[in-house]
Design a binder for this molecule. Structure first.
Ligand SMILES: C[S@@+](CC[C@H](N)C(=O)[O-])C[C@H]1O[C@@H](n2cnc3c(N)ncnc32)[C@H](O)[C@@H]1O
Length: 287
């Protein structure tokens, strides 16, 4: 893994080519790159809750931009709710999964697929602005020194009065370590940032913070277990899955309530791992 070159595009494309998801669960494992299924479930749940609360507001004139759309997990429900969706990703294989899912759902006509990088996103080329921009699990791949420039481009894509929904893994305190995994000889690097860093950057570019919904998955015992058996191995056998479920139940019933009293304690107990899954809604006040 350490000898793999850093190339997010090659990583995602190779990962997407290696999988043929047959159902929603496998699609989520592809989009969330199949970490421990229980942990992935928290990320999935944070997004699902946020999407569910937005879907009733969709009207057929809405235009939605799904950046880093992956296999179209959120492209499909927004198109099914009547919006015209533009789905952007830099992985051709991910776009192909998304296209196939939209066609299978009879939504091929409602979605425009764009191959491109977040960093080069251009409102004119995307035919924006949009009523809603979805940024689900993608901005963590942006290096901190590029965050402001990327958010500026993102913000330009949001209509006045429009919204941006951002779901990310957050680090509760400043966090500089990079997390890596590899596929096809390429690795992807995650730059975890704090809620405040994101909020201040979005607000500096005209996107006002509106609401936040957070889920903090367990990780004290999870990280101990992970030191002994890597996530992937735990997920593969029923004993590993049983142990994970047990430690999660323990954490949720006893440790979480204690940790909520002190974010600092939570951070230490989490072995300084970023775990907070937050879905945050921003609104474009003015242009
Ligand atoms: C963690 S997946 C999330 C997929 C989708 N948003 C979801 O929640 O199901 C990240 C996706 O973003 C894409 N991606 C990552 N960095 C990107 C970039 N700089 N420009 C465009 N797409 C990118 C990857 O190809 C991948 O499909």
């Amino acid at each position: 893994v350490s000898s793999a070159r850093e190339d997010g595009q090659a990583f995602w494309d190779s990962f997407a080519r290696s999988r043929q998801p047959a159902d929603e669960k496998e699609t989520a494992a592809l989009a969330l790159h199949g970490f421990c299924p229980i942990y992935d479930g928290y990320r999935d749940r944070a997004e699902r809750i946020a999407v569910r609360s937005l879907l009733p507001s969709i009207d057929p004139n809405w235009r939605v931009l799904d950046i880093g759309c992956g296999p179209g997990r959120w492209t499909v429900p927004f198109a099914a709710a009547g919006a015209k969706v533009t789905a952007l990703d830099f992985s051709p294989a991910m776009l192909e999964h998304a296209r196939r899912r939209c066609e299978d759902a009879g939504l091929g006509e409602c979605v425009e697929f764009k191959h491109g990088r977040l960093e080069d996103m251009d409102i004119a080329a995307l035919n924006g602005p949009f009523d809603l921009v979805l940024a689900m699990g993608i901005i963590q791949y942006v290096a901190p020194d590029q965050l402001s420039a990327v958010v500026q481009r993102l913000s330009a894509c949001v209509k006045s009065g429009g919204h941006l929904l951002h779901r990310e893994t957050l680090a509760p305190l400043p966090f500089t370590r990079e997390a890596m995994s590899s596929a096809g000889g390429a690795k992807v690097v995650s730059h975890y940032k704090s809620f405040e860093q994101y909020r201040d950057t979005f607000e500096a570019h005209g996107l006002r913070y509106s609401a936040r919904r957070s889920i903090v998955p367990p990780s004290l015992a999870l990280s101990l277990l992970n030191r002994i058996f890597p996530y992937e191995q735990n997920a593969r056998n029923s004993l590993g899955r049983g142990l994970l479920k047990f430690t999660i139940a323990l954490r949720e019933s006893i440790l979480d309530p204690l940790c909520r009293l002190s974010p600092e304690l939570l951070w230490r107990i989490n072995s300084r791992r970023p775990t907070d899954q937050s879905a945050v809604l921003y609104t474009r006040a003015d242009k």
